[in-house]
Design a protein around this ligand. Structure first.
Ligand code: ATP
Length: 404
């Protein structure tokens, strides 16, 4: 298991029908967490991911004991800890801003959680030095936080959590204050650390790539509810709804508004860009539905749709013409933004595609394809596009649910 940890089958942290309602002066009642249940396994690295305000932090703080749920129970190692305060729970939390004591040295910062619990001095020294070695910060032990880089401060904050040898680590956006390069490096280090320490870790982030690379399982949240939970690849391959499909993956999945028609001997799909007959395996699923079809959203990831020139055998693909609007070379790949060939390039875009960071759950008239770096596609030219049938996703236009 590349994502580390001795993931056992035993539940370590159980969230049982957790609801948290805040009373906000301006907005009235805010349901931050809405009847959320989840079993987190012993040794597992579980990531909560979702857009701002979806209730990730509140869920984590509830496990920590920093929030008391309005309803529901938190159970750690078969013990109901809902009424216990944070001190009574054998957990350690690492915050986004690290919360180091500025006037204490690294050694004093790391010793502090053990001193307040009255550990003997020689054990404190031993644990702090072991953790420092694990995190490669031994040379920094006599420094103060302001003499450290962001990444070093991050390691000290982790070290302070590790010395206590807690049953559960809680991390809230621990990498968000670091620059992009350091964030990638710390991501790898967190993976390694989890492999070595092997303790249950619950991690909160709004960054889907971070969630995918760190999590044994990822729980995608929206509006206080878990939309889907599972191993990263499962969420990527089989998103249960439009939201998960659009949230996981970068650049995001393309969504096409389509009309589906039952022709008697199959189903045809039509959009601004293409018309084709769905393969039999989809027809079977569609014929089992009780609700009528009509409008739907067809999803396909940029890597599953390419310039037909780079597809050896177009059997199993739908091929259609489209116009290149933008070429973005990324070194290892190029991404092309495509528009309907009838569209006059001198006109304003029909609709704008999602900007970076925005979650695209709205279908747009443009779509993105990934092509190899040797592609010579130029802006404005027509291209034959090949879209792989096996990689299509189909979502109900009104509920957003995946219907295949
Ligand atoms: P972010 O990534 O922005 O931190 P989040 O997913 O962690 O977001 P939470 O911080 O859990 O979201 O907040 C969930 C909802 O609860 C939000 O609407 C937020 O405004 C509200 N909320 C959180 N804490 C409080 C509070 N103490 N009082 C009132 N409302 C709160």
């Amino acid at each position: 298991n590349a994502n580390g940890g001795g993931t056992g089958s035993k539940t370590n942290v159980k969230l049982d029908d957790i609801t948290k309602i805040f009373q906000d002066d301006e907005e009235g009642k805010v349901v931050a967490v809405d009847d959320l249940s989840l079993d987190i396994l012993d040794g597992e690295f579980l990531v909560f991911v979702g857009p701002s305000g979806c209730g990730k932090t509140t869920t984590l703080r509830t496990v920590a004991g920093l929030e008391t749920p309005t309803e529901g129970q938190v159970i750690i190692d078969d013990e109901d800890v809902t009424g216990q305060d944070p001190r009574q729970r054998n957990i350690a939390m690492v915050f986004q801003n690290y919360a180091l004591y500025p006037h204490k040295t690294v050694r004093q910062n790391m010793s502090f959680p053990l001193e307040v619990r009255n550990y003997p001095p020689n054990e404190i020294t031993e644990r702090v030095e072991d953790a420092a070695e694990l995190l490669d910060i031994t040379e920094l032990l006599e420094r103060r936080p302001k003499q450290l880089s962001g990444g070093q401060q991050q390691r000290v904050a982790l070290g302070r959590a590790i010395v206590r040898e807690p049953d559960v680590f809680l991390l809230d956006e621990p990498l968000s204050n670091l620059d992009a390069k350091l964030r990638l490096q710390m991501r790898t280090e967190l993976n390694e650390l989890h492999q070595k320490v092997g303790k249950t870790t619950i991690y909160v982030t709004h960054d889907q790539a971070e969630a995918m690379t760190l999590g044994d399982r990822v729980a995608v949240m929206r509006d206080g509810e878990i939309q889907q939970v599972g191993p990263p690849q499962m969420l990527y391959d089989n998103p249960v709804n439009l939201f998960v499909g659009g949230f996981i993956g970068e650049p995001p999945m393309n969504f096409f508004p389509v009309d589906i028609e039952d022709t008697g001997d199959g189903y045809t799909v039509s959009s601004v860009h293409f018309d084709f007959q769905l393969p039999d395996r989809f027809a079977q699923k569609l014929s089992e539905r009780d609700s009528p079809l009509g409008e739907a959203i067809l999803g396909i990831r940029p890597e599953d749709i390419s310039d037909a020139e780079f597809v050896d055998e177009t059997e199993g693909y739908h091929v259609f013409d489209s116009r290149v609007k933008i070429v973005e070379p990324l070194g290892s790949d190029k991404f092309l933004t495509m528009i309907d060939p009838e569209h006059d390039p001198s006109e304003e875009p029909i609709t704008s595609a999602g900007t970076e960071g925005e979650i695209v759950t709205q279908a747009t008239e443009e779509f993105t394809v990934r092509v190899p770096p040797e592609s010579t596609a130029r802006e404005g030219e027509l291209l034959r596009i090949a879209m792989e049938f096996d990689s299509l996703h189909l979502f109900d236009a009104s509920t957003g649910k995946n219907i295949l």
